[in-house]
Every structure is written in C-alpha cells, then in structure tokens.
Design a protein around this ligand. Sequence first.
Ligand code: MN
Ligand code: MN
Length: 290
Amino acid sequence: MASQDNEKYEKYREAGKVAKNALRYGLSIIKEGKSYREVVEEIERYIRERANLAFPVNISVNSIAAHFTPSINDKNYFKKGDVVKIDVGVHVDGYIGDTARTIEIGSSNYKKLIESAEKALEEAIKIIRDGIKIEEIGKKIEEVIKKYGYKPIKNLQGHSLERYKLHAGISIPNYYTRNPKTLKEGQVIAIEPFSTTGEGIVIDNGLGNIYRIAKASPMIQQIKNKFNYLPFADRWLYRIYGNKTHTKLSLFMKKGLIYPYFKLVEIKKGVVAQAEHTILIKSDGCEVLT
Ligand code: MN
Ligand code: MN
C-alpha cells in the first residue's frame, strides 16, 4: 500500500478507537432517570475532546430504530425496561468510525433480542474478506437473527464509508437479496444488523432533529464550514444562530438547502436492537476498526 494510504488508514483507526471508547463510555453512564440530553451531551463532549463528531449521537429507544437525537428542549428521560440503541460517529480528518450497541435499562426482557443483533454482527465479521459477495453477508445476518426467532429489518442497511461520506455508495442489506457484487481489500464498511420482534420494516415518524446539507449555498456557508456534508443536530446550530435556530432551519428547509432526517420506527411497534462496527476489508479477513 502507498504511504498516503497508510496515513488514511491510521486516521480511520484513530476515529474507530475514539468511537469505540465513546460508545463504551455512553453505555456506562446511561441510567434510569437520566435525561436523553444529558447522556447525549456527555458522549458528544467526550468525542469533541478527542476527535470530531461525524454525526449527532443517536439515541433510539424501544420501537424507534434509528435517526433520533434529542433537540435542545427535549424532555425525555430513560425509564426502566427501555431498550436503547446508542449510535456514535467520529471522524479524524473526514475518516469516519461508526459504531452502535443496544442496552436494556434495569431489566433483561430483551436479552435474546440484543444478543441476536450482536451475534449476527459477529458471524458476519467472521466471513468478510476480500472478494466476499454482498449477498453472502445479508444471508448470514438474516440466518442468525431468524435462528433466534426474530426478524432482520430489511430497509436499514450497512454502508461503505469514504472521506466525509457516511454513506458512500455501497449498501449491505441485513437479509438475503441477490447481489453478487463483491467487497474489495482496502474498502471501509459499516456492518449494522437490526433485529426486531416486529415485522422487520421501519417507517418515517416525525422529525429526528438531525439534518444535513442538501444543496450548497452562500446562505448556509457557516454550516458547511462547520459540518461539511455530514449530519448535524439542531442543538449544534445554537452556537451559530442562538434563539433564531428553528426559524433559520425552517427557512433553509423551505429553500431546499437542508434535508431533515426522519425518526425511523418499526411498523408494528416491535422492539428493535442494533449492533454496528466499522471494518476494513483485508485480503484474508477484516480488521474491526471500532
Ligand atoms: Mn451508526
Ligand atoms: Mn452506520
């Protein structure tokens, strides 16, 4: 590998290490009675002190699968029995580590569900190497989750990562669907099985308080300078716009400059578990970066 490649992968490794430790930290501070905002802001502070945020820390509870972060005036707090997905993204010079885990607060009714997502991830990682067909990964994930008696979520997928690109073109489905395309040595991929007690489909359900730039414009130059094209939280815009944040956001959305993410909820209100790692494809296997 060329030396600029080595530098690039060192940055991926550093981002992955901070993401892994931030997630571990997040899992250790989450407690019944704590507010979502408190937890998210503590994890984000942890990341900012060591690297950069690649996207707002996502906190998705019970039948919410993904794409939610508390807004500035969020009043939610964690309750006993909540099944919580924490999903963190860190970047070093644009090279991203993306990782997630699920925790159940104060009970263990969904221990097997959580285990099914973790096991699916683990088994997928075991078979990934240069030349693996994308369909083989989905097949393995589906097989493991179904063996536990749950369903994989079909419309949430793993994805390739590139500099400042969270979803860089390749998708890795969590179920078998014909795709003989292969992964290649040197690619960086996030693998993220989602397992549910429901139907295995998520639908949009209101704003998730996460946004990204849809179209470059001088009007949003400050946002571009700060976050590039990576997702950001309305909470983060308060540092720029203060009390005008929501007025500004509405205006930018109306003009088509900013795209809002929608909270994704399981269609039958099934409980959802997720596990995610970012990996580097190697000739004889893969390196887990997170
Ligand atoms: Mn993620
Ligand atoms: Mn991801």
